[in-house]
Design a protein around this ligand. Structure first.
Ligand code: NAD
Length: 498
């Protein structure tokens, strides 16, 4: 059976911890490989290689650093089919969806090809008599990234591309559920010309993460995953003096105004609610139609679409959505559906009995639709992370707006309307990081930045865009005078330019 080890100093390493976990094929429930779980000794080996390589990489001029990414992007394109197959086999999402995962990550690698421009400092000539002032953005040193299972290609690239382009060395700790694509991406970075030691992959679980959070030589930590772990990472890394950004879970609403095109809104909800089996942090899990008539029309449009979803393994090209990631995720989703029914929601389409011939042990959940959900129910309060959509009926725009406003999560939100005033008011007043106007999954492109508000994000700077370059660098400001003969004598008061 295949064992996924670590990738340290440019080569594969078995690891010394002696701890392993199983990797499952979620479509069959069978063990497909085992993964080594690092301990502090394995992390130390990665840190030693990173520390040895980083000064030389930081001193490499930015055009040369950029060229590694030009070549990396070409290699990712060349290996697209192979990467998508690896990703789908461990995650369960369709091949087309895996390609989207890879492309959205690769776009950040394309973005950092502009690092010579992105990392430029500022310069003021004549800030005082004979004085020039300039600032530069220098790498932090060694950064670490801890990533979730649901985007095994995209999120690692969102982290390591800006960190490495800016001159840092990087330790990636991918999800233990889907580590093969991150390992392959690290190999491709070496093939693209990255010096050994600049990108290390340390696989593992909480033990590896805790070693990262307390390691003296790691200067910055980026995390993406669920909110309870994001809070832990933020508090612990900060307590150890590290720069940290931690992105958490979500409960994304889509408001459907009475003037919206209901057929288009229903199509958007199906893709955004059930695509990737609902395992996206930008998935729509709550639809909020405004007015009883809008709600009746929307539910009537959604129900047949949910009933006819094609759920199956990624190997079947007709599949719309695959299984969820683990048996325990499947059981948790099924019990949340039970709770929705028990707490009084109207279960319009029940996905609990779903079974597929030949895949009886796979972690499948049928598409599920609830109507008349209320804010006190567990299915509204919790992130389900499965193919379950809740309809919460609102009688006015203000009532609809108040739902995402009051919800603890603040990752994404959308409104479907033909009315510009309403859309503009919504975008201005909502307290959520990413807003879609007639766009159900408003994931910003690589040159803008990605991040939620409230319990969906801890820390200041966002992922990708210029924020990512700021996160992975620190500013140094130099004040320089080249005296031309003028002698001022000792100055005892605070110098000013007045
Ligand atoms: P998770 O929090 O279980 O795991 C994320 C990472 O943390 C993994 O690498 C895992 O090994 C590690 N980890 C898990 N438990 C830990 C612990 N007790 N201590 C230290 N480290 C631990 O998340 P997941 O199930 O892999 O991913 C799904 C979650 O990620 C969802 O909540 C989803 O909304 C969220 N997510 C958020 C974003 C975003 O940008 N906000 C993007 C994608 C996914």
């Amino acid at each position: 059976m295949k064992t996924v080890g670590h990738f340290i100093n440019g080569v594969h390493a078995e690891g010394k911890s002696g701890r392993f976990a199983d990797i499952f094929n979620p479509a069959t429930g069978e063990v497909s490989a085992e993964i080594a779980l690092a301990d502090a000794t394995d992390l130390d080996a990665a840190i030693a290689s990173a520390a040895a390589a980083q000064p030389g990489w930081a001193a490499t001029n930015p055009q040369r650093r950029a060229r590694v990414f030009f070549r990396f992007v070409a290699l990712v394109n060349q290996h697209m089919d192979e990467l998508a197959e690896l990703l789908s086999a461990e995650h369960g999402k369709t091949i087309e969806d895996s390609k989207g995962d890879i492309v959205r990550g690769m776009e950040v690698a394309e973005f950092v090809c502009g690092i010579p421009h992105l990392q430029k400092g500022e310069f003021t000539e004549g800030a005082g008599p004979g004085i020039d002032m300039y600032s530069m953005r220098q790498p932090l040193g060694i950064g670490a990234g801890i990533t979730p299972f649901n985007f095994p290609a995209m999120i690692p690239m969102w982290m390591f591309a800006p960190a490495i382009a800016a001159g840092n060395a990087f330790i990636l700790k991918p999800s233990e559920r889907a580590p093969s694509v991150p390992m392959r991406l690290a190999e491709l970075m070496i093939e693209a010309g990255l010096p050994a030691g600049i990108l290390n992959v340390v696989n593992g679980d909480k033990t590896a993460v805790d070693a990262i959070l307390s390691h003296d030589e790691i200067a910055g930590v980026s995390f993406v995953g669920s909110t309870p772990i994001a809070r832990h990472i933020y508090a612990t890394a900060a307590a150890h003096g590290k720069r940290v950004q931690a992105f958490g879970g979500a409960k994304n609403h889509m408001i459907v105004m009475p003037d919206a095109d209901i057929e288009k809104a229903a199509d958007a909800l199906i893709g955004a609610g059930y695509g990737s089996a609902g395992e996206r942090c930008m998935a729509i899990s709550v639809a909020v139609p405004v007015g009883e008539e809008t709600a009746d029309r929307l539910v009537a449009a959604l129900a047949p679409r949910v009933e006819s979803l094609k759920i199956g393994p990624y190997t079947d090209p007709a599949t719309d959505l695959g299984p969820v990631i683990t048996k325990s995720a499947q059981q948790r989703i099924l019990s949340l559906i039970d709770s929705g029914k028990a707490q009084g929601a109207d279960l319009v389409v029940d996905g609990r009995g779903f079974s597929l011939q030949g895949y009886e042990d796979g972690y499948f959940v049928g598409g599920t639709l609830f109507d008349r959900v209320t804010p006190d129910m567990d299915i509204y309060r919790e992130e389900i992370f499965g193919p379950v959509l809740s309809v919460v009926r609102a009688s006015t725009y203000e009532e609809a707006l108040s739902l995402p406003l009051r919800h603890p999560y603040g990752n994404g939100v959308a409104i479907f309307t033909r009315d510009g005033d309403t859309a503009r008011d919504f975008a201005s007043r909502i307290n959520i990081g990413m807003v879609g106007i007639n766009v159900p999954i408003p994931t910003p492109l690589a040159y803008h930045s990605f991040g939620g508000w409230k319990a969906s994000s801890f820390g200041d700077l966002n992922q990708h865009g210029t924020d990512s370059i700021k996160f992975w660098t620190r500013t140094k400001t130099v004040t320089a005078r080249w005296p031309s003969g003028l002698r001022e004598g000792a100055l005892f008061s605070m110098p000013t330019m007045a």
